[in-house]
Design a protein around this ligand. Structure first.
Ligand SMILES: C[S@@+](CC[C@H](N)C(=O)[O-])C[C@H]1O[C@@H](n2cnc3c(N)ncnc32)[C@H](O)[C@@H]1O
Length: 215
């Protein structure tokens, strides 16, 4: 089975190509890495003989897309009927009914982290957006922010202590790890963003859901 990966940033794309070159030939021959936007998948993937895909995975990125709704619609053009979209994403905590109820400090943080406000939605709104884009069998599992963000925070501080101990890298790397460690530590208890695993299926055909077909 072949795989294609897309990222927006040239630096990350080049870095991932370097890592792929370290893999054995049989892995390299099955993976293609592209630079392009997830909100314009149809252009980024064309010409592509592998279209449509069996499954699409989007990990830790969709909250940045401008907009996430546009990405969902694009996925329906590149996913096989019956194919699955799987995501790790951030969802607004149930304590916020709408993004309009967000305190100003969260709006500032979203701006600083390049997260469009329109992407801030709670579980119900998120599910509705997937359904509207044409998906069914939507499943959203909220994860414990203390475990996910707390774990990321601990990892950043552990890396920081190694960087300091071995005098590695530039001072900006240490600063980045320190700021990230504090930020994830804050997110672990702030009860605003909930990390979540989401799956949704493209119906086998119009008016016939994959769920119904399995019965
Ligand atoms: C928070 S980072 C996640 C990084 C990833 N978890 C990792 O460990 O490398 C968000 C990622 O979303 C990507 N991204 C943001 N907007 C994008 C877009 N429109 N299309 C494709 N990728 C995008 C960025 O390039 C970045 O790699």
């Amino acid at each position: 089975m072949s795989k294609k990966g897309i990222t927006y940033e040239k630096g990350q794309w080049l870095f991932s190509m370097d890592r792929l070159r370290l893999q054995p030939d049989h892995v390299q021959s099955r993976v293609r890495l592209l630079q392009g936007s997830a909100t314009d998948l149809v252009t980024a993937l064309r010409p592509d003989t592998d279209l449509p895909f069996d499954n699409v995975l989007c990990l830790d990125a969709a909250y940045h897309f401008n907009t996430r709704a546009l990405f969902f619609r694009q996925v329906t053009h590149v996913l096989k009927p019956g194919g699955c979209l799987g995501m790790y994403d951030l969802i607004l905590s149930p304590s916020f009914s709408t993004r309009r109820s967000l305190p100003w400090k969260w709006r500032v943080l979203a701006k600083a982290l390049d997260i469009p406000l329109v992407n801030w939605m709670n579980q119900q709104q998120y599910e509705a957006q997937l359904t509207q884009a044409g998906f069914d069998d939507v499943d959203i599992e909220l994860l414990d922010p203390a475990v996910v963000f707390g774990g990321l925070s601990a990892h950043c501080f552990k890396q920081l202590s190694l960087v300091n101990h071995w005098h590695l890298g530039h001072w900006t790397h240490a600063a980045y790890l320190r700021v990230s460690g504090y930020l994830f530590g804050y997110l672990a208890t702030a009860e605003c963003w909930m990390p979540a695993i989401i799956t949704a299926r493209r119906p086998l055909s119009a008016g016939q859901s994959a769920h119904a077909d399995k019965k």
